[in-house]
Design a protein around this ligand. Structure first.
Ligand SMILES: *[C@@H]1O[C@H](CO)[C@@H](O)[C@H](O)[C@H]1NC(C)=O
Ligand SMILES: *[C@@H]1O[C@H](CO)[C@@H](O)[C@H](O)[C@H]1NC(C)=O
Ligand SMILES: *[C@@H]1O[C@H](CO)[C@@H](O)[C@H](O)[C@H]1NC(C)=O
Ligand SMILES: *[C@@H]1O[C@H](CO)[C@@H](O)[C@H](O)[C@H]1NC(C)=O
Length: 310
């Protein structure tokens, strides 16, 4: 179980009603993994419109938004009767009640690429619930990149809990209070530091996973605030899912990008520039409530080597 922060919230306004959060995670071959998020400005009670965007036809190695996205690209893995796909497959709803939570995963595995998703978290009193969004490969030495939205009581901010595993080793937690409006500002970057002996998640294809579950024994204020089941069912919504990158085929054990000249692909060349890195640092300074790199109690011998390079 990941450690939980005991920091007090900082001054600032939390988001009273969670709008869709746009999440992009970008995994780049030699460079870095980075994650950006945008909280769109939908307000309380605003009616949400779900638009379907059509995009230009895609080359065969790339999945883009088309109709029926969720029918085509995800498998329900948990809580069949607590999952619903709506709007011709463009909208997905996960439900949590006393009986069960729910979850799904992408059908395809991706080696490198960019994943976008818009998530609408449980509004109001979400204490005790956890909405997860993560990328994971299989096996004992797996790679994994985690985002967990830890719910909170009304008026208190969600905590965004993040972690990165490479070759089975995690312990790289960072947490943020979700009380900021940002526009494509990266929130976290995991650099490729293989040259100093830090494994980098680049050899194992990952699936996208998401789930909604109850964790009121630890999630909110260390388990002190429990889920209020009179408010159930709780729903999290997903839309605008897209994967763009190198699809991995478990049959041929090859990446769809292996043959193609994928260095020309825009997404695989993306990199944080100095300006975005500076904005990220500012955001972290303001909103990060836990950083494993600074946890001397947990890591008396010092945290991971990568911390020295930040
Ligand atoms: C879906 O994503 C695309 C590009 O990422 C964006 O242009 C579009 O506005 C999004 N659709 C909705 C309904 O937000
Ligand atoms: C995709 O959705 C649009 C808008 O709802 C619709 O006009 C179009 O016929 C759909 N295309 C397919 C292939 O289902
Ligand atoms: C919930 O809000 C309280 C008070 O602002 C804060 O201490 C806590 O870290 C927040 N998040 C969680 C997951 O408990
Ligand atoms: C649970 O939610 C109900 C309905 O909103 C409310 O009346 C009740 O006070 C809540 N219980 C707690 C412990 O917050």
């Amino acid at each position: 179980m990941p450690p939980r922060s005991s920091h007090q919230p900082r001054a600032g306004t939390y988001i009273p009603y969670m709008a869709f959060i746009i999440f992009s995670a970008i995994f780049v071959f030699r460079l870095d993994v980075f994650v950006t998020q945008t909280i769109s400005t939908a307000r309380r009670n605003q009616e949400l419109k779900y638009e379907i965007t059509t995009q230009e036809p895609s080359p065969p190695t790339v999945i883009k938004n088309e109709n029926a996205t969720f029918y085509k690209h995800v498998l329900v893995t948990w809580g069949e009767f607590h999952t619903e796909i709506l709007n011709d497959g463009e909208l997905l709803k996960l439900t949590l009640d006393k009986h069960s939570g729910s979850g799904f995963q992408s059908r395809k595995q991706l080696l490198f690429g960019k994943i976008d998703m818009q998530i609408k978290l449980i509004p109001g009193d979400s204490a005790g619930t956890v909405t997860t969004y993560y990328f994971s490969s299989l096996g004992d030495h797996h790679d994994e990149i985690d985002f967990e939205f830890l719910g909170n009581s009304t008026g208190n901010p969600y905590t965004l809990h993040t972690n990165v595993f490479s070759q089975g080793k995690g312990d790289r937690e960072q947490q943020f209070f979700l009380c900021f409006y940002v526009d494509n500002i990266p929130i976290r970057e995991f650099k490729n530091l293989e040259r100093i002996g830090v494994p980098y998640p680049k050899d194992q294809a990952m699936r996208v996973h998401s789930s909604l579950w109850n964790a009121d024994d630890w999630a909110t204020q260390h388990g002190l605030v429990k889920t209020n089941w009179t408010l159930a069912p709780f729903n999290a919504w997903y839309r605008n899912f897209s994967m763009d990158g190198c699809i991995w085929s478990p049959e041929t054990r090859a990446s769809a990008c292996a043959d193609a000249d994928f260095s020309t692909r825009h997404v695989l060349k993306m990199e944080l520039d100095r300006r975005s890195r500076a904005r990220m640092k500012r955001l972290q300074k303001k909103h990060m409530v836990y950083d494993y790199c600074k946890d001397k109690w947990r890591f008396p011998k010092g945290p991971g080597r990568e911390c020295r390079m930040n």
